[in-house]
Design a protein around this ligand. Structure first.
Ligand code: G3H
Ligand code: ZN
Length: 282
């Protein structure tokens, strides 16, 4: 199928389920994610961070994901993840991304809203949907690092105002998750999430979806989360898959065999997560 927007996938998701969104870096990641989704018959969002796009190149990722999506029968969206500037959002829109996330969460409210509004205007003129972050998710994702003392949770009144001022399609609130692995037990503010979901009329995203217990993920979905972002768990799965293969086959030098092990590990991880998000595994 041709790529669709993340907005479309989120608005048409089955009740009580969330759509999985996975960070990719190369062809094997893309195939692992898309093939897992195809096997389960579940739509999926493929995301690339700015660092991943710097590594692979915006057109390479765009073409890889478009090619993978056209070969399957389930709808796939391609999204820029944590774009820090209007320029990177524009580059992705021009290369055929169907969704962009503009992350102005480091900025004061008014500046975040102004930057987001600017991206929304361009994106909507091209039929591209926009996600933005309000509050600040802590932790480390690729080159983006937010120290614990700089992270803060989303104020529900501000969330209402932010959506109104910007015209975004999807909101990423900060409710206590962090990017990367958790130090200690994750503490999610579900009451805050419920209030934001009740007062804001766009789908909500859970960032920092890796390393969370199944119960926490499923409770977040019950409280109104429509999209769950998973990056770190996929990185570990791929790298551990390659590592295990090389441990068993230390003399192997055929890249196809080595990287296929990573691709298979990616596929298994994505299938496991998609089952949790569709609440099959309770
Ligand atoms: O935007 C991407 C996600 O928030 C990834 O977070 O690496 O903790 O899964 P994670
Ligand atoms: Zn994130």
């Amino acid at each position: 199928m041709a790529l669709v927007t993340a907005k479309e996938l989120l608005l048409s998701r089955p009740p009580g389920q969330a759509v999985g969104a996975f960070n990719v870096h190369n062809m094997e990641d893309v195939q692992g994610v898309v093939w897992a989704a195809e096997e389960l018959g579940t739509p999926v969002i493929v995301m690339a961070s700015e660092s991943a796009l710097k590594y692979a190149g915006v057109p390479y990722i765009a073409q890889l994901v478009r090619t993978a999506a056209e070969a399957v029968s389930i709808p796939i969206a391609l999204q820029l993840d944590h774009g820090s500037s209007f320029e990177i959002a524009k580059a992705c829109i021009e290369c055929g991304f169907t969704s962009v996330m503009i992350d102005g969460s480091r900025l004061p409210f008014a500046e975040n809203a102004a930057l987001t509004r600017q991206v929304v205007e361009l994106a909507h003129a091209h039929g591209v949907s926009v996600e933005a972050e309000l509050g600040r998710v802590g932790g480390k994702e690729d080159d983006l690092e937010v120290a614990a003392q700089d992270a803060f949770l989303t104020n529900p009144d501000e969330a209402v105002e932010f959506v109104r001022q910007t015209g975004i399609d999807v909101l990423a609130p900060a409710i206590g998750t962090v990017h990367g692995l958790y130090k200690g037990e994750p503490k999610l503010d579900f009451a805050r999430l419920r209030e934001i979901a009740r007062r804001v009329d766009v789908p909500l995203v859970l960032h920092g979806g890796s390393d969370l217990p199944v119960d926490a993920l499923q409770e977040a979905i019950r409280c109104g989360i429509a999209k769950v972002n998973i990056g770190t768990d996929l990185k570990y799965a791929v790298t551990n898959g390659v590592r295990a293969y090389l441990k068993e086959n230390p003399e192997e030098y055929e890249p196809r065999k080595v990287f296929a092990a990573g691709r298979e590990a990616a596929k298994q991880l994505v299938m496991e997560k998609l089952r949790i998000l569709s609440r099959e595994a309770v």
